[in-house]
Design a protein around this ligand. Structure first.
Ligand SMILES: [Zn+2]
Length: 110
């Protein structure tokens, strides 16, 4: 009886630790445009946010810019599903642009 109780309390402590450290690890650098919403080149505060960056894919069709694609079966077809899709932050004054991968946690391990 006593042993079981101890085991359960240890598990709780481990979970709390994992939750506590996660936001610290994924926090972007303080000088990122994403974080500051200010241009690091000219200090202008008007930043344009593009949720998707367009590129040209097969037959010149517009497709979102990404680091790569993975062939995934969708019903009867194989589809190239992009991973590491990019978003951009552009300064409205000087045009300086920073790119970020949207789901950085979901990048494949190398
Ligand atoms: Zn600027």
């Amino acid at each position: 009886m006593h042993g079981e109780g101890q085991c359960r309390s240890n598990e709780t402590t481990a979970t709390e630790k994992a939750i506590g450290s996660a936001p610290e690890r994924w926090r972007p650098k303080a000088n990122a445009m994403k974080q500051k919403t200010q241009c690091p080149k000219c200090e202008n505060r008007e930043i344009f946010h593009a949720e998707t960056v367009m590129d040209r894919g097969y037959m010149d069709s517009p497709s979102p810019m990404a680091l790569g694609t993975q062939k995934t079966r969708v019903g009867w077809f194989w589809k190239a599903v992009p991973w590491g899709q990019l978003e951009a932050f552009t300064c409205r004054q000087c045009g300086y642009t920073e790119f970020y991968v949207k789901d950085v946690q979901e990048l494949p391990t190398q």
